[in-house]
Write a protein that binds this ligand. Structure first.
Ligand code: PLP
Length: 391
């Protein structure tokens, strides 16, 4: 019996474990310190009442013989896929319910979608980025080409003649940098993918944070994208589902490689390895798109966006280079005085009792940068801003 030796090639991820360790040590040696955690990208506001009511009703339905539900459809219930379809159609993006696959979150889909692609493919991954893209490809033994995201390109790299990739990861608004591609930039990627017969995996987990109407919230706003892209979305940050678990992936009917329909392959994969998301959760997710749900989640998203603006303003007033803060819950700032990301982590913890995330944990180009999130509560964010101002 041999194990998948690609797992030996994974780099140990110390990022969040190290943050937790350093924070615990600091609070032990400074028992009176009021530590503010703006590190991990998890939400803090509870689920909105539209979602809670829908899930409570669904629980009751499960208690009655005539409304009880067993296994659901592999792709998700029609009521949820129709709501998602409408969510796109209202923005004039033509997506059909058959193109939508409901899942237990976009992390699973980002990883699982690789099942349908050959391990011979080369993948293109921006650096820095959400670490799951790298690790899942290392597990499969795929060749990885990195593309540099840095201050010179505003952390929004574009294709050039040096890129020879079959699978391209794009994340916009980006985790960790908060940078957002505009239409023109995404068009360059779509054109590149079509010309080179590559597929784009577009991670739109933070699309709901885009408020600038001129910026694309979906890759399918770009002409031609249905011929080359898959979009991965999540209810986690949009509606506080990080603990509830629900997401969806859009695989266009037009997407074909080697004469095969990617939509059909993905259906085949999902119906073989996945038995769907619980009825109760899908009812809750569907309520996100109700009139009441939209009002309530917009309020929550605005709360985080206002936090982001407060932090961004404090950083800007200090004259520090940063990306994000607008159209994104992340603020990605340059460490000062040539400090490394971890030096800056220690400095900020020591001087302000604020915990953030060292940028070097997201790739080599993250060195010398630092991520602060807007998912904290308002009082803590205001306190953190005051402390940053005094620093
Ligand atoms: N994609 C990005 C860019 C993320 O930052 C995250 C979570 O932090 C995810 C996907 C995963 O989301 P989910 O909770 O739906 O698995």
């Amino acid at each position: 019996m041999k194990i998948n030796s690609n797992y030996f090639n994974l780099k140990e991820s110390y990022l969040f474990a190290n943050i937790a360790k350093k924070t615990t040590e600091f609070s032990k040696s400074h028992p009176d310190a009021d530590i503010i955690k703006l590190g991990i990208g998890d939400v803090t506001l509870p689920l909105c009442s539209a979602v809670i009511n829908a899930m409570q009703n669904a629980v009751l339905e499960m208690s009655q013989k005539d409304t009880f539900k067993g296994y659901g459809p592999y792709q998700g219930y029609d009521f949820l896929r129709d709501s998602i379809k409408k969510y796109y159609n209202d923005r004039k993006i033509e997506i059909d319910a058959d193109e939508i696959f409901v899942s237990d979150g976009s992390k699973s889909d980002v990883a699982n979608i690789l099942d349908i692609f050959s391990k011979e493919n080369t993948v293109l991954i921006p650096d820095p980025v959400y670490p799951v893209y790298v690790d899942t490809n290392v597990m499969d033994g795929r060749k990885i080409q990195y593309i540099n995201a840095n201050k010179d390109n505003g952390f929004l790299p574009l294709p050039d003649e040096n890129i020879k990739a079959d699978i391209i990861y794009l994340c916009s608004p980006n985790n960790p940098t908060g940078a957002v591609y505009n239409h023109e930039q995404l068009k360059k990627w779509v054109d590149y993918a079509i010309e080179n017969k590559a597929v784009i995996l577009f991670d739109a987990a933070y699309e709901a944070f885009i408020e600038d109407k001129s910026l694309p919230r979906s890759i399918f706003e770009i002409k031609g994208a249905k011929k080359c892209a898959i979009e991965l979305c999540s209810f986690s940050k949009t509606a506080g589902f990080t603990g509830v678990r629900c997401g969806y992936t859009v695989v266009p009917m037009d997407l074909e490689f080697d004469g095969a329909s990617i939509n059909k392959l993905w259906f085949r994969r999902q119906s073989t390895k996945f038995n769907g998301v619980s009825y109760i959760v899908q009812k809750g997710a569907s309520a996100v798109f109700s009139k009441e749900g939209i009002t309530q989640i917009t309020e929550n998203i605005n709360y985080y966006k206002d936090n982001a603006k407060l932090i961004a303003k404090a950083v800007k007033d200090k004259g520090i280079y940063f990306t994000g803060g607008e159209n994104s819950p992340y603020i990605w700032m340059k460490c000062q005085d040539k400090m490394t990301s971890w030096d800056f982590f220690d400095y900020l913890l020591e001087k302000t009792h604020i915990v953030g995330t060292p940028g070097s944990g997201f790739g080599k180009n993250g060195e010398g940068f630092f991520r602060v999130t807007a998912f904290g509560d308002r009082d803590n964010t205001l306190k953190a801003v005051e402390r940053l101002k005094r620093l």
